[in-house]
Design a protein around this ligand. Sequence first.
Ligand code: ARG
Length: 645
Amino acid sequence: MRGGLALLSTVSSPHAPPSPPLCFRRLRLHSVFSSDILRVKSRKSVWTIRTRAVATMASDPENIGNARKQLVKLFETSLRTTVPEESDVEPLVAACTAKFGDYQCNNAMSLWPKIKGKKTEFRGPPAVGQALMKNLPSSEMVEACSVAGPGFVNVTLSKNWIAKNIQKMLIDGIETWAPGLSIKRVVVDFSSPNIAKEMHVGHLRSTIIGDTLARMLEFSNVEVLRRNHVGDWGTQFGMLIEFLFEKFPDWESAGETAIGDLQAFYKASKQKFDEDPVFKERAQKAVVRLQGGELRYRSAWAQICDISRREFDGVYQRLGVSLEEKGESFYNPYIPSVLEKLSGLGLVEESEGARVIFLEGYERPLIVVKKDGGYNYASTDLTALWYRLNIEKAEWIIYVTDVGQSEHFQMFFKAAKRAGWLPDDDKAYPRTSHVGFGLVLGEDGKRFRTRSTEVVRLADLLDEAKARSKAVLVERGKDKEWSEEDLDKIAEAVGYGAVKYADLKNNRTTNYTFNFDQMLNDKGNTAVYLLYAHARICSIIRKSGKDIEELKKTGSVALNHQDERALGLHLLQFAETVEEACTNLLPNVLCEYLYNLSENFTKFYSNCQVVGSADETSRLLLCEATAVVMRKCFHLLGIVPVHKL
Ligand code: ARG
């Protein structure tokens, strides 16, 4: 556990005074029974202390926007009263879709086997459920409770409480609904293309998914180090540099313009490398000279990296993604000392001329120094992990690559655990996670390629997305209605948004089929449909002629119609959805929420008249709250919302 008692924050105990004593030094540490919960005993009381709630303090101390967490607190109290001897049981509270209520507490069933046979007044799980319900402290958030089936406690939230929360969010801002996470600093290692090789659709997926995860964590007030771990160091540079010297003797002055297309350059040099043994030998020697720091080789390398970087940056700019490059070469000087530390721990062994780490459960070891003495992907990743933990002090390091690299990550994570860098418990911090994703497929069900069977260039792909969405707008006569600049901006927002959303809405581990027609369809679960829905809400508000800022101050929200209530509840579930999406590293959870929000809105709008009705003010405020939450979702998904379409 990092930070220890410095992280003490929230306290709960049935016997505890309302707040913990300020001076913890006078307390005796009673026991530690989970990585994030401490029991502390003073002469009079026992406190159960969550040690991981420190970030909660920063963003959302009371979890105002998080109904589930507030219910968890209520059930925590109820559990302590109902089964005081089971003090380590965590409340299991989840939103439910059943008609019985909005949330459900499921502790009764799992508690029963623990207390059965012991001295207990209960006769079975339903009785435990009844007691949990009876002992629930009264709260303005709860309208009704019931016990169903084997002991589920169903909770219906008060519609006035939901309404009040929405109104508060409208006044204080959506940031008050940011999830409170328990960590301070995270590295998201994403995009990470390889210099001089093509930046393919796999890197596009990594860029889109990684950016969304970073955005969600940033929204949750976590500091995110957005790392581009570019492949800028490796044997391919020997070949590239030799080819550069040979083809362009004046490379220093004309190199960049002469090289032009770096991918074609890579291909040509690879061909020569494969066909010409003399060249091959020179290329291999060039690697040694480069790694030895010879000036001419270094500057040729830097120039090649620069050309690639410019191309990558173009894509990032168009996608609105920011990244800080710390490529493989950055960690190179640290590798020897990190390997020394690992050797000192007895982890590194000699095997068939290479230096390796044997890991339980894997037949082949993790190679950290190759036979020829060179370092590899694994030695760089181990070193980068050491750097991120010790120098950058990150608590969670998230790697976004295709699932094909899973084994590599699992192996070096395991090595780091053996070295004692990471705890054995996968959920405890400091922590590493590999966010794997599936392939992008073409219509033929095979890996996505262009007609010439070349890999698809990202810049071309984005050009096409924009051109297609622009064509649709022109077809709808928007070129006559809007300025050229607006038309361009909106075509980009829709086109790039469509590409991003089509990727993010799928569970990332599955393969998905790239299809422009589908993603640019204005019906169904697409960015286009959602952007339209948002623009329509903006236009309802605009056309009402009312000053929404004024309404926020003077009006109030009421949720009397069932469709108003359903929309209100869904709005309120935004915070817990973002929390789930970023703690489980699943952007599709947020997409699903956004799509359902728009469905809920449509239902509300078709059954509840807004403008001109007796409830106009409240309903306009609901429209505004929906638009605000939708915009935040778009923002978190890296999609630029448009106010007209
Ligand atoms: N450059 C690698 C590739 O294109 C991805 C790097 C991912 N990050 C890492 N730390 N290994 O496959």
